[in-house]
Design a protein around this ligand. Sequence first.
Ligand SMILES: [Zn+2]
Length: 104
Amino acid sequence: MSKRLDREKATVQMMIELYCKAHHNPDTKLCSGCQELLEYAMTRLAHCKFGESKPTCAKCTVHCYKPEMRKRIQKIMRYSGPRMIYTHPIAAIRHVFDGMKKEH
Ligand SMILES: [Zn+2]
């Protein structure tokens, strides 16, 4: 398993947890919807055909997220991205968040 993919997975997971805590489930683990999204995101990353040399998911030429999942993950990243800059390594955040912003 590559370090870069590991980092991206960890970042996505933290973002989803942060968002879910604030919007859905303050006390427990992820709600079922966010759990589903997390598993989906992990699967997409694991099957990414670019592997170690992948661009950020948002800049990727192959848009492998289903439109509905894409909308959900974008919303989460917009919320969680800026909030994570203070608590987590900036490089990891920028990697994911910058790409998402430029997507449209
Ligand atoms: Zn949730």
